[in-house]
Write a protein that binds this ligand. Structure first.
Ligand SMILES: [Zn+2]
Length: 257
Protein backbone atom coordinates (compact mmCIF):
# COMPACT_ATOMS: atom_id res chain seq x y z
CA UNK A 1 0.00 0.00 0.00
CA UNK A 2 1.75 2.96 -1.11
CA UNK A 3 -1.10 5.23 -1.22
CA UNK A 4 -0.97 8.42 0.62
CA UNK A 5 -0.91 6.80 3.90
CA UNK A 6 -0.92 9.90 5.94
CA UNK A 7 -3.84 11.42 4.20
CA UNK A 8 -5.62 8.19 4.41
CA UNK A 9 -5.03 7.80 8.06
CA UNK A 10 -6.33 11.22 8.75
CA UNK A 11 -9.36 10.51 6.70
CA UNK A 12 -9.99 7.33 8.50
CA UNK A 13 -9.75 9.07 11.78
CA UNK A 14 -12.28 11.52 10.65
CA UNK A 15 -14.58 8.96 9.24
CA UNK A 16 -14.82 6.59 12.01
CA UNK A 17 -13.56 7.10 15.30
CA UNK A 18 -11.63 4.06 15.47
CA UNK A 19 -9.27 1.63 14.25
CA UNK A 20 -10.58 1.71 10.84
CA UNK A 21 -7.32 2.06 9.23
CA UNK A 22 -4.92 -0.62 8.63
CA UNK A 23 -1.97 1.33 7.66
CA UNK A 24 0.83 -0.41 9.22
CA UNK A 25 3.46 2.15 8.84
CA UNK A 26 1.38 4.88 10.23
CA UNK A 27 0.22 3.00 13.15
CA UNK A 28 2.40 4.78 15.56
CA UNK A 29 1.14 8.12 14.53
CA UNK A 30 -2.41 7.22 14.62
CA UNK A 31 -4.27 8.71 17.44
CA UNK A 32 -6.99 6.20 17.34
CA UNK A 33 -7.11 5.27 20.92
CA UNK A 34 -9.45 3.25 22.89
CA UNK A 35 -12.50 3.56 20.78
CA UNK A 36 -15.52 4.21 22.83
CA UNK A 37 -17.19 0.98 22.11
CA UNK A 38 -16.48 -2.13 20.31
CA UNK A 39 -19.38 -1.59 18.04
CA UNK A 40 -17.86 1.56 16.84
CA UNK A 41 -14.56 0.08 16.30
CA UNK A 42 -16.17 -2.21 14.03
CA UNK A 43 -15.31 -0.28 11.12
CA UNK A 44 -11.98 -1.12 10.60
CA UNK A 45 -9.84 -3.09 9.09
CA UNK A 46 -9.65 -3.40 6.13
CA UNK A 47 -7.41 -3.86 3.66
CA UNK A 48 -9.79 -6.14 2.40
CA UNK A 49 -12.41 -5.76 0.34
CA UNK A 50 -15.34 -6.33 -1.43
CA UNK A 51 -17.05 -5.48 -4.38
CA UNK A 52 -19.21 -2.62 -4.49
CA UNK A 53 -22.59 -3.60 -5.30
CA UNK A 54 -24.86 -1.69 -7.46
CA UNK A 55 -25.82 0.50 -4.65
CA UNK A 56 -22.45 1.88 -4.15
CA UNK A 57 -21.40 4.52 -6.51
CA UNK A 58 -20.92 4.38 -10.13
CA UNK A 59 -17.23 4.37 -9.59
CA UNK A 60 -17.52 1.27 -7.57
CA UNK A 61 -19.30 -0.56 -10.27
CA UNK A 62 -16.54 -0.34 -12.78
CA UNK A 63 -15.65 -3.78 -11.73
CA UNK A 64 -18.58 -6.04 -11.99
CA UNK A 65 -20.26 -6.86 -8.76
CA UNK A 66 -22.61 -9.74 -8.38
CA UNK A 67 -25.22 -10.18 -5.80
CA UNK A 68 -25.53 -13.15 -3.56
CA UNK A 69 -27.34 -15.83 -5.52
CA UNK A 70 -25.80 -14.86 -8.83
CA UNK A 71 -22.34 -16.31 -8.64
CA UNK A 72 -20.94 -19.53 -10.01
CA UNK A 73 -20.99 -22.01 -7.18
CA UNK A 74 -18.35 -24.62 -6.48
CA UNK A 75 -19.24 -28.17 -5.67
CA UNK A 76 -19.77 -28.48 -1.95
CA UNK A 77 -20.88 -24.88 -1.55
CA UNK A 78 -24.49 -24.11 -0.61
CA UNK A 79 -26.51 -20.92 -0.69
CA UNK A 80 -29.35 -20.33 1.74
CA UNK A 81 -30.58 -17.00 0.46
CA UNK A 82 -28.34 -14.99 2.76
CA UNK A 83 -24.91 -16.53 2.45
CA UNK A 84 -22.88 -19.25 0.83
CA UNK A 85 -21.37 -21.90 3.03
CA UNK A 86 -19.43 -25.13 3.12
CA UNK A 87 -20.01 -27.98 5.52
CA UNK A 88 -17.80 -27.99 8.57
CA UNK A 89 -17.55 -30.54 11.34
CA UNK A 90 -20.23 -28.93 13.40
CA UNK A 91 -22.32 -27.05 10.92
CA UNK A 92 -22.15 -24.56 8.12
CA UNK A 93 -19.09 -22.43 7.69
CA UNK A 94 -20.13 -19.12 6.21
CA UNK A 95 -18.13 -17.95 3.24
CA UNK A 96 -17.44 -14.30 2.45
CA UNK A 97 -14.74 -13.45 -0.05
CA UNK A 98 -14.43 -11.60 -3.35
CA UNK A 99 -16.20 -14.38 -5.22
CA UNK A 100 -18.93 -15.17 -2.72
CA UNK A 101 -20.87 -12.13 -1.49
CA UNK A 102 -23.37 -11.95 1.34
CA UNK A 103 -26.93 -10.77 0.80
CA UNK A 104 -27.26 -7.05 1.46
CA UNK A 105 -29.94 -7.70 4.04
CA UNK A 106 -27.92 -10.30 5.90
CA UNK A 107 -27.44 -8.56 9.19
CA UNK A 108 -26.69 -11.12 11.88
CA UNK A 109 -24.76 -8.93 14.30
CA UNK A 110 -21.89 -10.34 16.29
CA UNK A 111 -22.07 -14.08 16.77
CA UNK A 112 -22.27 -14.71 20.52
CA UNK A 113 -20.24 -17.90 20.43
CA UNK A 114 -17.50 -16.28 18.40
CA UNK A 115 -17.53 -13.24 20.64
CA UNK A 116 -17.18 -15.32 23.79
CA UNK A 117 -14.25 -17.14 22.21
CA UNK A 118 -12.69 -13.84 21.22
CA UNK A 119 -12.84 -12.56 24.78
CA UNK A 120 -11.07 -15.70 25.93
CA UNK A 121 -8.40 -15.31 23.31
CA UNK A 122 -7.83 -11.67 24.20
CA UNK A 123 -7.62 -12.51 27.90
CA UNK A 124 -5.08 -15.22 27.16
CA UNK A 125 -2.91 -12.84 25.17
CA UNK A 126 -3.11 -10.17 27.82
CA UNK A 127 -2.15 -12.72 30.44
CA UNK A 128 0.95 -13.50 28.43
CA UNK A 129 1.90 -9.88 28.30
CA UNK A 130 0.86 -8.89 24.82
CA UNK A 131 -0.38 -5.34 24.45
CA UNK A 132 -3.82 -6.29 23.26
CA UNK A 133 -6.79 -4.05 23.91
CA UNK A 134 -10.20 -5.20 25.05
CA UNK A 135 -11.45 -3.23 22.09
CA UNK A 136 -11.80 -4.91 18.75
CA UNK A 137 -13.46 -4.32 15.43
CA UNK A 138 -16.13 -6.89 14.80
CA UNK A 139 -19.48 -6.86 13.09
CA UNK A 140 -20.08 -4.34 10.36
CA UNK A 141 -23.42 -4.10 8.57
CA UNK A 142 -23.79 -3.89 4.83
CA UNK A 143 -24.89 -0.28 5.18
CA UNK A 144 -21.91 0.61 7.27
CA UNK A 145 -19.62 -0.90 4.70
CA UNK A 146 -21.34 1.06 1.93
CA UNK A 147 -20.40 4.31 3.58
CA UNK A 148 -16.95 3.20 4.59
CA UNK A 149 -15.97 1.84 1.20
CA UNK A 150 -17.45 4.82 -0.61
CA UNK A 151 -15.50 7.25 1.49
CA UNK A 152 -12.31 5.51 0.48
CA UNK A 153 -13.31 5.43 -3.17
CA UNK A 154 -14.08 9.12 -3.09
CA UNK A 155 -10.71 9.80 -1.69
CA UNK A 156 -8.44 7.40 -3.52
CA UNK A 157 -10.40 5.90 -6.34
CA UNK A 158 -11.65 2.37 -6.77
CA UNK A 159 -8.39 0.63 -7.46
CA UNK A 160 -6.65 2.00 -4.44
CA UNK A 161 -9.66 1.57 -2.20
CA UNK A 162 -9.99 -2.05 -3.22
CA UNK A 163 -6.59 -2.77 -1.82
CA UNK A 164 -7.55 -1.95 1.70
CA UNK A 165 -11.30 -1.74 2.00
CA UNK A 166 -13.96 -4.32 1.26
CA UNK A 167 -16.80 -3.61 -1.05
CA UNK A 168 -20.23 -3.81 0.55
CA UNK A 169 -21.54 -7.36 0.68
CA UNK A 170 -18.10 -8.92 0.49
CA UNK A 171 -16.69 -8.08 3.88
CA UNK A 172 -16.18 -10.96 6.23
CA UNK A 173 -17.05 -8.54 9.00
CA UNK A 174 -20.66 -8.67 7.82
CA UNK A 175 -20.83 -12.29 8.95
CA UNK A 176 -20.44 -11.36 12.61
CA UNK A 177 -17.69 -13.98 12.77
CA UNK A 178 -14.67 -11.82 11.99
CA UNK A 179 -12.77 -9.59 14.36
CA UNK A 180 -9.79 -7.29 14.05
CA UNK A 181 -7.61 -7.23 17.12
CA UNK A 182 -6.49 -3.83 18.31
CA UNK A 183 -3.45 -3.12 20.43
CA UNK A 184 -3.28 -0.93 23.47
CA UNK A 185 -2.26 2.03 21.34
CA UNK A 186 -5.42 1.72 19.32
CA UNK A 187 -3.87 0.25 16.22
CA UNK A 188 -4.52 -3.00 14.43
CA UNK A 189 -2.33 -5.70 15.88
CA UNK A 190 0.73 -6.49 13.85
CA UNK A 191 3.53 -6.72 16.35
CA UNK A 192 5.59 -9.79 15.31
CA UNK A 193 5.35 -11.58 18.64
CA UNK A 194 1.60 -11.17 18.87
CA UNK A 195 1.20 -12.14 15.23
CA UNK A 196 3.11 -15.37 15.78
CA UNK A 197 1.12 -16.12 18.88
CA UNK A 198 -2.05 -15.83 16.85
CA UNK A 199 -0.82 -18.11 14.10
CA UNK A 200 0.04 -20.70 16.69
CA UNK A 201 -2.78 -20.34 19.17
CA UNK A 202 -5.88 -18.74 17.64
CA UNK A 203 -7.18 -22.14 16.55
CA UNK A 204 -7.46 -23.23 20.17
CA UNK A 205 -10.22 -20.68 20.42
CA UNK A 206 -11.85 -21.60 17.13
CA UNK A 207 -10.23 -18.85 15.09
CA UNK A 208 -7.97 -18.78 12.07
CA UNK A 209 -5.79 -15.91 10.95
CA UNK A 210 -7.78 -15.51 7.78
CA UNK A 211 -5.42 -13.56 5.52
CA UNK A 212 -1.92 -14.89 5.64
CA UNK A 213 1.22 -14.28 3.76
CA UNK A 214 1.52 -16.08 0.47
CA UNK A 215 -2.22 -16.71 0.30
CA UNK A 216 -3.32 -13.58 -1.50
CA UNK A 217 -4.17 -15.52 -4.64
CA UNK A 218 -6.79 -17.59 -2.87
CA UNK A 219 -8.03 -15.21 -0.19
CA UNK A 220 -7.97 -12.12 -2.38
CA UNK A 221 -6.44 -10.06 0.37
CA UNK A 222 -3.09 -8.87 1.51
CA UNK A 223 -1.85 -10.41 4.75
CA UNK A 224 -3.57 -9.14 7.86
CA UNK A 225 -2.10 -10.40 11.09
CA UNK A 226 -4.95 -8.91 13.09
CA UNK A 227 -7.99 -10.28 11.27
CA UNK A 228 -9.42 -13.36 12.94
CA UNK A 229 -12.23 -15.45 11.59
CA UNK A 230 -14.20 -17.79 13.81
CA UNK A 231 -14.92 -21.18 12.28
CA UNK A 232 -15.18 -23.25 15.45
CA UNK A 233 -14.17 -26.89 15.51
CA UNK A 234 -12.47 -26.89 12.16
CA UNK A 235 -10.00 -24.19 13.10
CA UNK A 236 -7.29 -26.53 14.32
CA UNK A 237 -7.39 -28.67 11.21
CA UNK A 238 -7.39 -25.67 8.91
CA UNK A 239 -4.52 -24.05 10.77
CA UNK A 240 -2.51 -27.27 10.84
CA UNK A 241 -3.01 -27.74 7.12
CA UNK A 242 -1.20 -24.54 6.30
CA UNK A 243 -3.94 -23.80 3.79
CA UNK A 244 -6.20 -20.81 3.44
CA UNK A 245 -9.90 -21.35 4.09
CA UNK A 246 -10.47 -21.37 0.33
CA UNK A 247 -7.79 -23.98 -0.23
CA UNK A 248 -8.86 -26.17 2.64
CA UNK A 249 -12.52 -26.35 1.66
CA UNK A 250 -11.86 -26.02 -2.01
CA UNK A 251 -13.96 -23.05 -2.96
CA UNK A 252 -13.23 -20.14 -5.26
CA UNK A 253 -11.52 -17.04 -3.93
CA UNK A 254 -9.11 -14.55 -5.39
CA UNK A 255 -9.98 -11.19 -6.81
CA UNK A 256 -13.31 -9.81 -7.95
CA UNK A 257 -14.36 -11.11 -11.31
ZN1 LIG B 1 -10.86 -7.38 9.52
Amino acid sequence: MKVKITTLSLACLAIIALGACSHDKESKNSSIKEPASSKQVAQSSSRKVTSASEETSSQGSQKSAKKAGEVTVDQGVSFNGSYYSVQGKSGDIVIANKHYPLAADYNPGEDPTALAALHELIAAMQAEGYAISDQYSGFRSYETQVGLYQSYVDQDGVDAADRYSARPGYSEHQTGLAFDLIDTSGNLVQEPGASKWLLKNAAKYGFIVRYQEGKEASTGYMPESWHLRYIGEDAKDVAASGKSLEEYFNFTGGDYE
